[in-house]
Design a protein around this ligand. Structure first.
Ligand SMILES: C[S@@+](CC[C@H](N)C(=O)[O-])C[C@H]1O[C@@H](n2cnc3c(N)ncnc32)[C@H](O)[C@@H]1O
Length: 248
């Protein structure tokens, strides 16, 4: 068993990135929802924390000054070879920015791995300029996605999975950091693939599912999330909770 998610991502980062490179369009709807929720626009200084391999870069509108920040050296290295030539390597509890210098801090699909969320919120509030926003998109407690991760992925991977998901108290935690919550909303969307086989392979790589056949992964997706064939491919259900919390 692994001690921490940081260690897990040191091990899993390469596979996660392989999934994203093989299926660069699969999470289009997710990233477009993030861009919309964060109201990203030209001229803003935006920190993507943690950025993984710098995937948000492909979706940020032209003129956004995007800084990728990673907590794992593996992902920082991968981001460098991808869309983010100059990623910062840092913890989330101490962000390497001076006070009030960013318009957005975006955090996608990561905080459910992080116990010290409050320290991150406080740091985001510190580095945001007045009117700037911390924009979080992550797995909601009690959702089908949390069940898929903590039941199916946990039961079918050597590294296991136990997330610290965003629950009903999350909004208050953002407010306790001095932020005003403008959006708190669960948004369902789909991940898209050309067929069921690449869908199962994507999930295997992305989540490090190494104790299930592709057929079992497809069944797990079907049982916990649902997927369907559509003209020209297939769609897998996914959902995140989106928060936009503004610094007054
Ligand atoms: C699922 S990836 C998400 C990456 C990217 N934002 C995306 O949407 O693809 C999880 C990210 O959280 C980071 N991470 C995992 N556990 C962490 C922890 N305990 N503390 C800080 N960062 C962590 C990883 O380095 C990785 O960048």
């Amino acid at each position: 068993m692994f001690d921490s998610y940081s260690e897990i991502f040191e091990e899993r980062g390469q596979l996660y990135h392989q999934a994203m490179v093989e299926q660069p369009r699969a999470r289009d709807q997710e990233f477009l929802n993030i861009v919309a929720s964060a109201n990203l626009a030209a001229g803003q200084r935006v920190c993507d924390a943690p950025s993984g391999g710098g995937y948000l870069g492909a979706y940020a509108p032209a003129g956004v000054r995007l800084v990728s920040l990673e907590t794992s050296s593996v992902f920082a290295h991968l981001a460098r070879g991808n869309a983010a030539p100059d990623p910062l390597l840092s913890t989330l509890e101490r962000l390497p920015f001076r006070n009030a210098c960013l318009e957005r801090v975006v955090s996608a699909a990561a905080l459910h791995h992080v116990a010290e969320k409050d320290a991150f919120h406080r740091e985001a509030a510190r580095v945001l300029a007045p009117g700037g926003a911390l924009c979080v998109a992550d797995v909601a407690a009690g959702s089908a996605v949390s069940e898929f991760l903590d039941v199916f992925v946990d039961g079918h991977s050597r590294m296991g999975h136990a997330g610290m998901y965003l629950d009903a108290g999350y909004e208050k935690r953002l407010e306790d950091a001095g932020l005003r919550v403008e959006q708190a909303e669960r948004i369902p969307f789909v991940w898209t693939f050309e067929d069921a086989e690449p869908m199962a392979r994507f999930a295997q790589l992305l989540f490090g599912i190494d104790r299930a056949s592709p057929e079992q992964v497809r069944e797990g997706i079907e049982r916990h999330l649902g997927w369907e064939r559509v003209r020209g491919g297939c769609e897998m259900n996914w959902e995140l909770a989106f928060y936009r919390a503004v610094k007054p």
